[in-house]
Design a protein around this ligand. Sequence first.
Ligand SMILES: Cc1ncc(COP(=O)(O)O)c(C=O)c1O
Length: 366
Amino acid sequence: MLRGVPVALFDTRTPLVPLRDEIAARVAEVLDGGRFILGPNVEAFERELAAHVGAREAIGVANGTDAITIALRAMGVGPGDEVVVPSFTFFATAEAVVPTGARPVFCDIDLDTFCVTPDTVRAALTPRTAAVIAVHLFGNVAPVAAIEALGVPVLEDAAQAAGSTSEEGRPGALGSAATFSFFPSKNLGAFGDGGAITTSDPGIAERARMLHFHGSHDKQTHELVGYNSRLDELQAAILRVQLPHLDGWAAGRRAAAAHYVRSGLGAHVALPSAVAGSAPAWHLYVVRHARADELGAALVQGGIGTRGYYRTPMHRQPALAEHGAGARLPATEEAARTNLAIPMSPVLSAAQAAEVAGVLAAAASA
Ligand SMILES: Cc1ncc(COP(=O)(O)O)c(C=O)c1O
């Protein structure tokens, strides 16, 4: 096949080009100031992120995985408890439950949105359920209020959903608490690892703040055995430059999704659906097809970035075998087998979307 102009799966570089000078200036300020841990940039970023999502507080942590463990513990989850998590998600969502002493219990998803629903969660509830992790997968916004109506506290895993919105509010302000990852390829990406917890519950915020700093408020008295898990000043300074641009980038991601819809791609593969009432900032644009790997190979041949996500869902991962045994999750199995992520970024053009769609249409008709 003739190769067109390569299209990357992610484009994290182009949106940052106009911000380079400002980022360099903020980094230089941190170097001049000489404060690298828990300084003014972390404090300001925590305020700015909380305001952006509409939560009372944000607590910067070292990454999105720690954020989940710390948030669950701050919500009171511990040994003997169960936490309902989707199996179709990144490993970290389930992995982060285990250090709390609780057991992850896997639930299914809705195939069209890739998110948990009240029905899939209800099927996994037991008297020991202490929390549900609603993952806003691929930037979609899981229906948090409807899940809370089942009578269980919800932790939002918003690692992939910075910039998304819904009629209920923004991810980060919908459940008891929420967690973010600032891994570089995320919608809001640092230049290294980073994460945050957001919550409007003062008790959860206070415990999370203690837990992320060795279980202490002052490094003198340690009330809990916690973690050394902090966002650092350099990453916070870099994130502060980017945060005001997040909504614009989200609009670019939605425009890219609209390019795919207009390209007619939906006639050849199943396109992802937004959860009712939500406007996802698509972190990944993930289509489905019975011959996903074959279509993926055609994209690679055409110089187009692509990946099948979570081909082995979490309930079948070796490390989680004791928790996943016996789970029957048909939509998860189908999503794992048939999904294919195609290029998505705030700057993906109509021409690039048409090129991707053309290759997929040809491969799907072959
Ligand atoms: C859904 C989800 N949850 C949690 C994480 C963990 O975040 P981190 O890599 O910052 O630990 C990620 C991303 O890596 C993710 O995609």
